[in-house]
Design a protein around this ligand. Structure first.
Ligand code: GLC
Length: 714
């Protein structure tokens, strides 16, 4: 519909009808006894039959038949024939489940995110879902927080690359494309930095850090034309984001130019009262309407209180009209007015994309004496709770909770495999803290004649995602005992870690000859891992978050400032920035990940504004690796991180192959984000190239304003 038609429709609506459009409810309000996916408290606020007939959007219905039924009945009752808009958490797949987003970030290849998002959009729109609450781009430096699995890790630059890729994959060329799904970027803002890593806890960040590290992911999604933004549950400083006018109206809309639909998180408007940031529902409604929030998810402060606020002139009706207009425009852009069932006539095409993506995510953290890849003829054992467990899809995986187990994947490629001591790990949420105990003799008897053992360990997928913060990140006692006892028996031990976050692997690193971080890889999990373990493909994953030595180091991340008293490894003195009982460095740093190749940088130089990097694979295995470019700059009067990632380049190298890679310097690489304003300061810059954040090869350049002005923008 054209703007004039939408404005005409808006003018013909009653205030109750308008307030209905500003409300999102779950299927319980539409005659179903539960949502297809439950994502919040079951506190249902009472809604009249008349108001339910005017509600604008539905949360978490994921079945075609239900969407058709609800839409059909709704359109019969809605006076204007305004179609319902179905929204859901299509986070890493819909029916086909892809690796968790943190795993996809490990690929350091945003094209996988774009392809996975497009594939998920095909499946979701074929069943009537036309908005996804994705991508989640909350920067994360604290693996105690369960939702790190949903994000892209600790680096602002990598976060922006993936944010753009997801939005592009979901929304495709145009929102009116029947298989396009509108992208709702979340959670604005900085939900990923809760104090103590404790879910929903307050966030205390300087304005500088917000702009330089936490905002870029959201801004990148908005610049990529994300249709919606979800406000975060948390406070930033003294105010909850949900009612924060400065954050939502001034920054998001006025400074960044976002004119799409802004939605609250689940019951978050009502929770302003619990935060003690609002006296009552009326006060909460007033705050969020003034902050230009458009849709209230799963609470009814606006629905119940806005009429009084308008009558008493505490709220300008134009704020309500603008919100309703944005929602009607989104429905129009999606083509719902012309066809409320758009896309549902399609059958989503299927492919083995989930396997292709899953193979790119695992991180080879250790590979002593190149014990991996294995020979398929070698007789091996798979032990541990994730040997046969199919619950390997991770949190936020819609209704599908299972994928291919490691054992099922491995035995497709080899018949020389046995499993034992493989009882799945229960969930902490059910009070189960460990796998059943076992005797050393039981293990020894079971491993008779076996030289190589895969130990499949980790955390229960239900103990990751929302509401899953932890203070201990080590493997459970008996899982660690499996690794240690297998080593004591003189076996070659390959530890495979299934988790939604970087776990503390220090206690098992010495007893493991190899460690493969498997994450939760979704539908094709077992097949992907088997192909990597047997060398059909080489692992290529890189750490998107630092893996801490212990919980005491957290938050530990590579792009930290060096302080006025940085530690000098060669000169032990007391008064430096250091721990007495642990190193400053993580166990595995950001950007780190081995391959089956043996890649090194043979030369690194700069000619004009082009970096030339000569790379050689001295290994015997084709592989893909990621060249990472970091820049160290000075921008007085600000203290600056030791270095910042500015470019990545994925390259494939055959065994023995050398390749020269050219990377052009761009303006973007030398700008700092000064409270939201990009600034260049001429001076000396040191540029590092390598395969992780400890890159050592470097060149130093001096950039004047004139030289900077000649660089390409991006
Ligand atoms: C949840 C999550 C949010 C999700 C929403 C709807 O509480 O915080 O990420 O999109 O509810 O399910």
């Amino acid at each position: 519909m054209k703007e004039m038609e939408l404005r005409g429709l808006l003018d013909s609506m009653t205030l109750r009808e308008k307030l209905g459009q500003l409300t999102q409810l779950t299927p319980e309000y539409f005659g179903f006894n539960e949502s297809d996916v439950v994502t919040g408290t079951d506190a249902l606020h009472p809604v009249s039959e008349e108001d339910a007939a005017n509600v604008g959007t539905v949360l978490n219905i994921c079945e075609k038949e239900k969407v058709m039924k609800i839409q059909r009945e709704y359109l019969k009752r809605n006076r204007h024939g305004i179609p319902l808009l179905f929204m859901a958490d299509v986070i890493h797949g819909f029916r086909t489940i892809f690796p968790i987003p943190l795993a996809i970030a490990s690929s350091f290849d945003p094209s996988f995110a774009e392809k996975a998002a497009s594939y998920a959009a095909n499946e979701a729109t074929a069943e009537g879902v036309k908005v996804t609450f994705s991508p989640m781009v909350d920067l994360t430096r604290d693996p105690r927080w369960g939702r790190v699995m949903e994000g892209n890790g600790e680096d602002p630059y990598l976060n922006t690359l993936f944010a753009k890729a997801y939005v592009k994959g979901y929304q495709k060329d145009n929102l009116s494309n029947p298989s396009s799904i509108a992208s709702c970027v979340k959670h604005f803002a900085a939900y990923g930095a809760p104090l103590g890593g404790r879910e929903y806890n307050g966030v205390e960040l300087s304005d500088w850090t917000l702009h330089e590290s936490y905002f870029p992911g959201y801004k990148a999604a908005i610049d990529a034309k994300a249709s919606m933004v979800m406000a975060a549950f948390n406070t930033i400083g003294e105010k909850p984001a949900t009612g924060n006018k400065s954050l939502l109206k001034n920054t998001l809309r006025e400074k960044w130019g976002f004119d799409g639909v802004l939605i609250s998180d689940y019951n978050a408007v009502n929770e302003l009262i619990v935060h003690k940031a609002a006296r009552n529902k009326k006060d909460a409604a007033k705050q969020v309407i003034k902050a230009t929030l458009d849709i209230e998810m799963m609470s009814t402060c606006i629905l119940d209180e806005a009429e009084e606020l308008i009558r008493t002139r505490e709220i300008d009706i134009n704020l309500i009209n603008e919100s309703v207009y944005r929602i009607l425009k989104l429905k129009s852009d999606l083509g719902l007015f012309e066809n409320p069932y758009i896309g549902m006539e399609n059958t989503a095409p299927s492919s083995d994309l989930s396997l292709e993506v899953a193979k790119a995510c695992p991180i080879l953290l250790k590979n002593e004496d190149s014990i991996l890849p294995l020979n398929r003829s070698e007789k091996i054992a798979i032990i541990g709770p994730f040997a046969k467990d199919t619950h390997v899809v991770g949190g936020w995986s819609m209704k599908e909770k299972e994928g291919k187990s490691l054992y099922d994947g491995m035995r497709k490629l080899s018949d020389s495999i046995k499993t034992c001591i493989d009882t799945p790990l229960g969930s902490l949420l059910e009070g189960i803290k460990d796998i059943p105990d076992f005797s050393d003799k039981e293990l020894e008897d079971n491993l008779q004649g076996i030289d190589t053992v895969l130990v499949a360990v980790g955390e229960n997928q239900n103990d990751t995602g929302e509401g899953a913060s932890k203070t201990s990140l080590t493997l459970s006692y008996n899982q660690m005992k499996l690794i240690k006892e297998a080593k004591k028996l003189g076996k070659k031990v390959i530890t495979i870690v299934f988790s939604g976050r970087p776990m503390v692997l220090s206690p098992i690193v010495d007893d493991s000859d190899a460690i493969l971080q498997a994450w939760f890889l979704g539908t094709s999990s077992g097949d992907a891992l088997a192909e990597l373990i047997y060398g059909i493909s080489s692992p290529r994953g890189k750490c998107p978050m630092s893996f801490p030595v212990n919980e005491g180091q957290i938050p530990v991340f590579y792009n930290h400032c060096i302080t006025g008293r940085p530690e000098d490894k060669n000169n032990f003195t007391r008064y430096v920035s250091r721990y007495l009982d642990a190193p400053n460095e993580p166990l595995f740093p950001f950007g780190f990940g081995l391959t089956y190749g043996n890649n090194s940088i043979k030369s690194f130089k700069i000619e004009g504004n082009i970096l030339h990097i000569l790379v050689k694979n001295k290994g015997k295995h084709r592989c893909t690796d990621t060249i990472q470019i970091y820049i160290e700059e000075h921008n007085e009067p600000y203290a600056r991180p030791s270095r910042l990632l500015k470019k990545i380049r994925n390259i494939e190298l055959g065994d023995g192959e050398s390749r020269s890679v050219a990377i052009t310097l761009t303006k973007e690489m030398f700008l700092i984000n000064e409270y939201g304003n990009k600034r260049f300061q001429p001076g000396i810059f040191r540029i590092y190239a390598g395969f992780d954040s400890n890159a050592e090869h470097s060149v130093e350049i001096e950039l004047t304003n004139e030289e900077f002005s000649k660089l390409e923008e991006v």
